[in-house]
Design a protein around this ligand. Structure first.
Ligand code: ADP
Length: 460
């Protein structure tokens, strides 16, 4: 009973039966009313005809003597007399109609209570029979309160009722069929939605809901599929991240463990230089853990951001000054190209400084002595400011370009590891820039250098 198709079918049948019952009631009442009006009219006509016959009889005979025979024939002939089609209808009154005739004095000469006075009430209702202007009698034709139909009329009403019942049966069958078809059309997509939702609950991401049925169910199916896709992506992301982290931690831990084992076994001498190498490995591990934490927070959108109108050009100068000693030691020149007082950006200055640091560390790492690194700021489209860090260093191979913002992606695996890169810098930079409402990208030509750029929105 709780099933949609059962409820819909029952509702359809109920509505159909109710409508048919209403139509049947109206049709039968209307037909009966019509007959009653018709018969009443005819009765009046028959009564008038009988009154004419009686007046003619009185005129001829001068009294009511022997009128019984006249009424008996007139009753038969008069009620159904010569009215063509009405003949049959007149017959309906026969036998059901009481005819009473009283003389001028009010004494009943025909009908019930013969010889007695016609009660005043009846006399008031009776039709006066007059001959030459003088009242000669009173005619009272009393029909039963309810007219009785003859066979033909009854057959007509019966036929009407039969037709209504047939129509009700037919309509019920159609209502059941329609209810089944429509409820199936509604219930099937719903069943499909719950099948898909259950599959998603079991983490079966290959399942998809069919966007069929009504617009609403198709919308729900699409929303469900989108949700499944993003859950699938999140799960894949989480799995990849765990695998990446395990892989990244394994190398330094294996190095530390192997070296310590060798020292314990007396294979390696316990020398300061050896211990210092192991210490460097722990530093790398520490940096990796810090970067991972930072990236996880940034990707989850949980990094504390204190976005406010900030002077991006001033921040470029601060970053350039901070890296000048390292750049000088490397023989690389850092310059800032930006118009002072350029439009401000809506950003967290600490996070913006962090992005610049990541890009500068990379630029200096891949730029040989004698080359240069340039920090720049220009107005971008739609009120955005475009900041860039350009180096004239190694550049990036085209096949690496699509992946360098992925976590743990390193262009030159061995070199990056030796240089102490965790492979997380650009992934963190991208998360930070996106968290501040901007975009990040790179243009690079191998051998000529790279330009890392990112945009930030103007203050609101
Ligand atoms: P890493 O810790 O290895 O630097 P990043 O995410 O910062 O990790 O960088 C990813 C990779 O992108 C690097 O391993 C390197 O191959 C490439 N890359 C980044 N910046 C530069 C650059 N300025 N010039 C050339 N290659 C770069």
């Amino acid at each position: 009973m709780n099933k949609l198709w059962v409820r819909l079918t029952v509702a359809f049948v109920a509505i159909t039966l109710l409508s048919i019952a209403l139509v049947a009631l109206l049709a039968t009442t209307a037909a009966t009313d019509q007959f009653t009006t018709y018969l009443t009219g005819q009765q009046a006509m028959n009564q008038a005809a009988l009154a004419d016959d009686l007046a003619a009889y009185y005129r001829q005979n001068g009294s009511w003597g022997g009128v019984d025979a006249v009424i008996a024939t007139s009753d038969t002939a008069g009620m159904g007399r010569g009215r063509g089609a009405m003949n049959g209808m007149g017959a309906a009154m026969r036998g059901a109609t009481a005819v009473t005739l009283a003389n001028a004095a009010g004494t009943v000469v025909y009908g019930d209570g013969a010889g007695q006075l016609l009660p005043a009430v009846d006399r008031a209702q009776a039709q006066i029979i007059a001959v030459n202007g003088a009242t000669v009698g009173y005619l009272l034709v009393i029909s039963p309160g309810r007219l009785i139909f003859n066979q033909a009329q009854q057959a007509f009403v019966d036929q009407l009722q039969r037709n209504v019942i047939l129509a009700a049966l037919g309509a019920t069958a159609i209502a059941i069929a329609l209810g089944l078809v429509i409820s199936r059309a509604l219930a099937t997509p719903l069943a499909d939605l719950s099948r898909a939702a259950r599959a998603f609950g079991r983490r079966d991401w290959s399942a998809r809901a069919n966007p069929t049925g009504t617009t609403e169910t198709a919308d729900v199916a699409q929303a469900l599929n989108q949700m499944a896709e993003s859950l699938q992506k999140a799960e894949r992301n989480r799995r990849d991240m765990v695998a990446d982290i395990a892989h990244e931690l394994r190398t330094p831990v294996t190095v530390i463990q192997g070296n310590l084992r060798a020292m314990l076994d007396g294979v390696y001498p316990l020398e300061i230089a050896e211990v210092a190498t192991l210490y460097d490995e722990t530093l790398l591990l520490n940096r990796l853990i810090d970067d991972l934490r930072e990236l996880a927070l940034a990707e989850a959108g949980q990094l504390h951001m204190n976005a406010r109108p900030s002077d991006a050009v001033a921040l470029l100068h601060v970053a350039a000054e901070r890296f000048s000693p390292i750049a000088d030691a490397q023989g690389v020149r850092i310059t800032v190209q930006a118009t002072d007082g350029l439009a401000q950006v809506q950003a967290d200055p600490d996070r913006l400084g962090q992005v610049l640091r990541i890009l500068l560390v990379n630029a200096l790492r891949y730029t040989p002595a004698g080359q240069s690194v340039t920090l720049a700021a220009v107005s971008g489209p739609a009120g955005m400011l475009r900041l860039s860090v350009t180096d004239t260093g190694a550049g990036i191979a085209p096949e690496d370009l699509p992946y360098i913002f992925d976590r743990f992606y390193r262009g030159d695996k061995s070199r990056a590891r030796i240089s102490g890169g965790t492979g997380l810098g650009l992934a963190i930079a991208r998360s930070l820039v996106e968290a501040m409402g901007g975009q990040i990208g790179v243009d690079s030509t191998p051998g000529q250098g790279s330009r890392f750029w990112f945009t930030l929105p103007a203050p609101k």
